[in-house]
Design a protein around this ligand. Structure first.
Ligand SMILES: NC(=O)c1ccc[n+]([C@@H]2O[C@H](COP(=O)([O-])OP(=O)(O)OC[C@H]3O[C@@H](n4cnc5c(N)ncnc54)[C@H](O)[C@@H]3O)[C@@H](O)[C@H]2O)c1
Length: 257
C-alpha cells in the first residue's frame, strides 16, 4: 500500500460526496496525506467543510479557477501552512447547459471560451503555482481527470470533448516542461460516473447503459476505482510514469463495436 505519511496535497474539484476528487481525497487521507481542499464559491463551502471535517487538519480554501488572484492566494496559504507541496489533483470542469444540449455546431464563442478556460487552462495555471512548492520537496505529482470524449464523439458531450482534448495535450506539454524538476503530470480517463457535473449532460444515463452493455468488464466504474488508480499515479509506485492518460473505464476504450 502506498504510504503518503508526511506528504501534502491540494485537491481541486470537490463539490459533494459523489465528486471523483472527493474519493481521491479520501483515499489519500486514509494513507496519511495532509490535504488542502478548495471549494468553488460560497454555495459549496458548507458542503466541503462538512465533508472534510473527518480529515486530519485540512486546509479549506476558496478557489474559482477563473481568478488568478484566488489561485495565487491558494498557493501562498499552502506554502505558509505546509511549506511545500507534494501533489495536486485537478478535478475542475465546466460547460454551460446550452453547449451540452444544442448541436455542437451551435457552440458559442463565450461558451467555448468559458469551458476551455475552466476545464483546460486551469490545469496550466495551477501547475505553474504548484511547481515552486513542489521543487521545495524535490519534485511532485500532478493529476487531472479526463474523458474519452476528447477523442471520440459522445452525444451532447460537445464542447467538453474539445476541452478534454486540450487538457490531455496540456498534460503532455506540462510533463515535458516540469519533468526536469522531477514533477510528473498525468491524467486518468474515467468511465462515466453519475456526479453533479455528469448530470448536466443530456442523455447521460444512456451513456452509462452503453458502457454496461459494451465494456469488457460489462459494468461502469466507481469513484473508489478511480481513486485507487490516482493513488498509484500520485504515489511512489508511479514514480516512472509521466505524460500519461491512464484509462480507468472497464476497458470500454478498446471496444471496436
Ligand atoms: N463523472 C464522469 O462521468 C466523469 C468522467 C470522466 C471525467 N470526469 C471529470 O472528472 C472531473 C470531476 O468531475 P465529477 O464528475 O467528479 O463532477 P463534480 O461536479 O463533482 O466536480 C466538478 C468540479 O468542478 C468544479 N468547478 C467547476 N467550475 C469551477 C471553477 N470555475 N472554479 C473551480 N472549480 C470549478 C465544481 O465546483 C466541482 O467541484 C471533471 O474534470 C470531469 O470532467 C468525469
Amino acid at each position: 500500500m502506498s504510504d503518503f505519511t508526511g506528504k501534502t496535497g491540494l485537491i481541486v474539484g470537490v463539490a459533494n460526496k459523489r465528486s471523483i476528487a472527493w474519493a481521491i481525497a479520501e483515499a489519500l487521507s486514509a494513507r496519511g496525506a495532509r490535504l488542502a481542499v478548495t471549494y468553488q464559491g460560497e454555495r459549496l463551502e458548507e458542503n466541503v467543510r462538512e465533508l472534510t471535517a473527518p480529515l486530519t487538519e485540512p486546509l479549506i480554501l476558496p478557489l474559482d479557477v477563473t481568478s488568478d488572484e484566488q489561485i495565487a492566494s491558494v498557493f501562498e496559504q499552502i506554502d505558509a501552512t505546509f511549506a511545500g507541496l507534494d501533489f495536486l489533483v485537478h478535478g475542475a470542469a465546466f460547460a454551460r447547459r446550452e453547449e451540452l444540449a444544442a448541436p455542437f455546431v451551435q457552440t458559442t464563442r463565450e461558451g467555448f471560451r468559458l469551458s476551455l478556460d475552466i476545464s483546460a487552462y486551469s490545469l496550466i495555471a495551477l501547475a505553474r503555482g504548484a511547481a515552486p512548492l513542489m521543487e521545495k520537496r524535490g519534485g511532485g505529482s500532478i493529476l487531472t481527470l479526463t474523458y474519452l470524449g476528447s477523442d471520440r464523439v459522445f452525444p451532447n458531450y460537445n464542447v467538453m470533448g474539445v476541452a478534454k482534448a486540450a487538457l490531455e495535450s496540456s498534460v503532455r506539454y506540462l510533463a515535458a516542461d516540469l519533468g526536469p524538476a522531477n514533477i510528473r503530470v498525468n491524467a486518468i480517463s474515467s468511465g462515466p460516473i453519475k456526479t453533479l457535473a455528469a448530470s448536466g449532460i443530456s442523455g447521460f444515463s444512456s451513456i452509462l447503459q452503453h458502457y454496461r452493455d459494451r465494456a469488457p468488464l460489462r459494468r461502469t466504474v466507481e469513484t473508489s476505482e478511480v481513486a485507487d488508480a490516482a493513488v498509484f499515479l500520485l504515489g511512489p509506485a508511479g514514480r516512472g510514469v509521466t505524460a500519461e492518460v491512464l484509462m480507468v473505464d472497464g476497458g470500454y476504450h478498446a471496444s471496436g463495436m
